[in-house]
Design a protein around this ligand. Structure first.
Ligand code: FES
Length: 263
C-alpha cells in the first residue's frame, strides 16, 4: 500500500485523512483573517498619510522617526532624518512584524493555513520532504527571542502614545475621548500578548535547576505561565486591536468620524 505522502517515517495510509469532522474550517478561517490583515496592513504601511489625528497616532506609524512625519507625530524625535523618503511606517514595522511572524503560535497557524504543512492534525500534507526549521530560511525563526525584546520596547512606546491621548487637540492634559480608550485597549492587549510569549516564559523562568532557590522568578514564571496558556487568544485579540486602532485613527484623520469626548 502506498501512502499519500512518501516522506520517511510517515504512516502508510492511503486516505489523505481518516478524520470525518470539519477539520478544514480552522485553517480556512485562519487563512482568510490573516490574508485580510496582511492586505490591510500593507496598504496602510505604504499609504503614508492619515495616520495622525491629534492627539492620536496610529500604531502602524509609531514611533514616527522621519522628518517627513506628520507635524506633531514624532514624540520620540526624527532620528531617521530626512534621508528616509519612503513611508515612515516601513522604518519600524520590521519589529512588530518580525515578532508576529516568528511567534510560535502564528508559525503553527500559518504553516497550517498557508503552507498546509500539515493543514490539520492527522491530515496528510502535500509536501514530499520535511526539514522542519533546521535550514534557511526557516532557521531564522529562532530570532523570535530578539524580537521579543524589541516588542517590549514597542509596548512602552504605544502605552505612551495612549497616555498622550489624554490631551486635547491643543496639547492640554485632562481630556479623554473614544480614541484614548481605543489606544489604551490596544496597548494593553499588545502588552498581554507580549508577556504571554513563550520566549518571555523562558526568559523569566528558564534555565533554572531549582525554583526553590529563585522564589521571585518562580512567582513571575507562574504569572507568565497563566498568560501563556491563553497566548493564542491574545495573539488574535491584539491583531484585531492594532488594526482597529489604526482604522480608527484613519477615520478621524479623514474626517469620516468625529472622536466622541468623555471629558
Ligand atoms: Fe507568540 Fe512569542 S510565542 S509572541
Amino acid at each position: 500500500m502506498s501512502s499519500v505522502t512518501s516522506a520517511p517515517g510517515r504512516a502508510e495510509v492511503e486516505a489523505r485523512t481518516l478524520r470525518s469532522d470539519r477539520w478544514w474550517v480552522s485553517p480556512a478561517v485562519t487563512f482568510g483573517v490573516l490574508f485580510l490583515f496582511v492586505v490591510y496592513a500593507t496598504w496602510r504601511a505604504f499609504e503614508d498619510r492619515h495616520y495622525f489625528a491629534e492627539p492620536y497616532l496610529s500604531p502602524f506609524y509609531s514611533p514616527c522617526l522621519a522628518t517627513s512625519c506628520a507635524p506633531g507625530s514624532s514624540d520620540f524625535g526624527a532620528a531617521a532624518g530626512d534621508w528616509w523618503r519612503l513611508s515612515p511606517a516601513l522604518l519600524i514595522l520590521v519589529f512588530p512584524l518580525g515578532f508576529r511572524l516568528t511567534c510560535y503560535y502564528y508559525r503553527k497557524a500559518y504553516y497550517r493555513a498557508f503552507w498546509l504543512s500539515p493543514p490539520a492534525c492527522a491530515v496528510a500534507e502535500p509536501h514530499r520532504r520535511y526539514s522542519g526549521e533546521t535550514r534557511f530560511p526557516l532557521v531564522l525563526q529562532n530570532a523570535h527571542r530578539y524580537f521579543f525584546y524589541a516588542a517590549l520596547v514597542f509596548n512602552v512606546i504605544l502605552t505612551w502614545d495612549a497616555i498622550l491621548g489624554f490631551r486635547n487637540e491643543d496639547g492640554e492634559w485632562g481630556h479623554m475621548g473614544l480614541g484614548t480608550v481605543v489606544l489604551l485597549a490596544n496597548a494593553a492587549l499588545l502588552t498581554v500578548y507580549t508577556l504571554s510569549c513563550h520566549s518571555c516564559r523562558h526568559v523569566v523562568g528558564g534555565r533554572l535547576k531549582h525554583f526553590s532557590r529563585h522564589p521571585v522568578r518562580y512567582r513571575l514564571w507562574t504569572y507568565v505561565s497563566r498568560l501563556n496558556a491563553r497566548h493564542m487568544l491574545f495573539a488574535w485579540l491584539s491583531l484585531f486591536s492594532v488594526a482597529i486602532a489604526d482604522l480608527y485613527v484613519r477615520l478621524l484623520a479623514t474626517d469620516m468620524f468625529s472622536d466622541p469626548r468623555f471629558f
